[in-house]
Design a protein around this ligand. Structure first.
Ligand SMILES: NC(=O)c1ccc[n+]([C@@H]2O[C@H](COP(=O)([O-])OP(=O)(O)OC[C@H]3O[C@@H](n4cnc5c(N)ncnc54)[C@H](O)[C@@H]3O)[C@@H](O)[C@H]2O)c1
Length: 359
């Protein structure tokens, strides 16, 4: 199959309702959509880190409307959705951290499961919606600690509250699709997207490898690593975002053939151990950066996790473009530009253009 590309002509003037626009992935996606002329309405809580991509990229000034509000508030969410009259809904708002979810399981389930119910219920009553993408994660699968990549038809699971809440969000999505949107004449087509470990410039979240590394290196301290041999499917943030955009367009234009779950992960060789990733960051960062193993006992996290992305490659034409080496160079370049107080909208748009032009 020919490889698919994000199509700016499709996105121009499309009304997009994007939850989670104040977050890391949401910031990049808002910028990308706005740069193509899409009319984005964002819905999310206020950013909870300083600095944060929402402010650094001045997302507020680039999109049509920004609601700072809670997806657990059904009435508020549905009012915002009906005002926006979106063509496309991309649902990314979530409590996305594994360790935080151990301490705050109720909040995690309320946000990730009932939040998804609220968004999908909104799309049930708003006639304008033609395509909905629900963003979950590679961690939604029942993890068997095996070397093979998970395929889309494997059982949902999740050991910890975060992973499990995303497995539940997948089940909610499947139930809504079957119950309300399966008729051939149903105008809204729904799919879910399961991405790997996403990395990129402008992530300041707690308890994530790259943000922790940058914070440690900026402070001239060693990075403490919990589990250096754990492997993950690492990918630059623009990779899954391109997958979500290509998927939404396919749902909008071609409908039913695409209403299912989709994996968006890196090439096989970019499923790497944490230690290898950190050493790549260190060699790009320079300045005496180093790491040490954290001694404290940690809550359970999967050791082996890999996605099989054959379906996205063969049916959507989506393929990853940047190797892990390129992704890490881009992150270090972005963070150093931020330190140097460069115009981060320009730096980020240049990275998007570079990504689009990569073969
Ligand atoms: N970053 C990754 O490695 C990764 C990997 C796979 C999947 N994902 C998924 O991608 C999505 C975005 O993740 P991210 O990395 O940008 O996380 P993030 O923490 O940077 O952003 C989360 C967003 O959700 C919003 N949010 C959280 N609780 C909310 C609530 N109750 N009401 C309204 N908004 C709320 C936040 O305000 C923020 O805008 C999530 O669904 C996450 O599970 C992330």
């Amino acid at each position: 199959m020919k490889s698919a590309h994000v199509d700016p002509l499709f996105w121009k003037d499309k009304k997009v309702f994007l939850t989670g626009h104040t977050g890391f992935k949401g910031g990049w996606l808002s910028l990308w959509l706005a740069s193509m002329g899409a009319k984005v309405t964002g819905y999310a809580l206020a950013p909870n880190t300083t600095p944060n991509l929402f402010h650094v990229l001045a997302i507020d000034s680039m999109i049509e409307k920004s609601h700072i509000a809670d997806i657990r508030d059904l009435a508020g969410l549905q009012k915002a959705m009906s005002m926006a009259k979106p063509d496309v809904v991309i649902h990314m708002a979530a409590q996305p951290l594994v360790r935080y979810s151990y301490v705050n399981p109720v909040e995690t389930y309320a946000t990730n499961v009932m939040g998804t119910v609220h968004v999908l219920d909104g799309t049930r009553t708003i006639e304008s919606v033609r395509a909905t993408v629900v963003v979950t994660t590679d961690k939604c699968y029942e993890n068997k600690e095996w070397v093979w990549g998970y395929r889309e038809n494997e059982p949902m699971g999740g050991y910890d509250p975060y992973s499990n809440s995303k497995g539940c969000a997948e089940l909610v999505t499947a139930a809504y699709r079957q119950s309300y949107f399966s008729a051939p004449n149903s105008s809204n087509k729904i799919a879910s997207a399961r991405a790997g470990n996403v990395i990129g410039g402008g992530d300041w979240s707690e308890d994530r490898l790259i943000p922790d590394a940058i914070k440690a290196f900026e402070a001239n301290k060693p990075l403490l690593i919990r589990n250096p041999i754990a492997t993950r499917p690492w990918q630059h943030v623009l990779e899954p975002l391109s997958g979500y955009l290509i998927l939404a367009q396919a749902l909008f234009e071609q409908g039913s053939a695409f209403t299912s779950g989709w994996n968006f992960g890196p090439c096989d060789e970019d499923n790497r151990a944490v230690q290898e990733v950190v050493e790549l960051v260190i060699s790009n960062w320079g300045d005496g950066a180093c790491w040490e193993k954290e001694g404290l006992e940690q809550p359970h996290e999967a050791s082996l996790l890999k996605l099989d992305c054959t379906k996205a490659r063969t049916q959507l034409g989506w393929i990853p473009k940047w190797s892990l080496e390129t992704a890490i160079q881009k992150i270090v370049q972005w963070q150093k530009a931020f330190q140097a107080k460069e115009n981060m909208q320009e730096v980020s748009l240049a990275q998007i253009n570079h990504y689009l032009n990569a073969k």
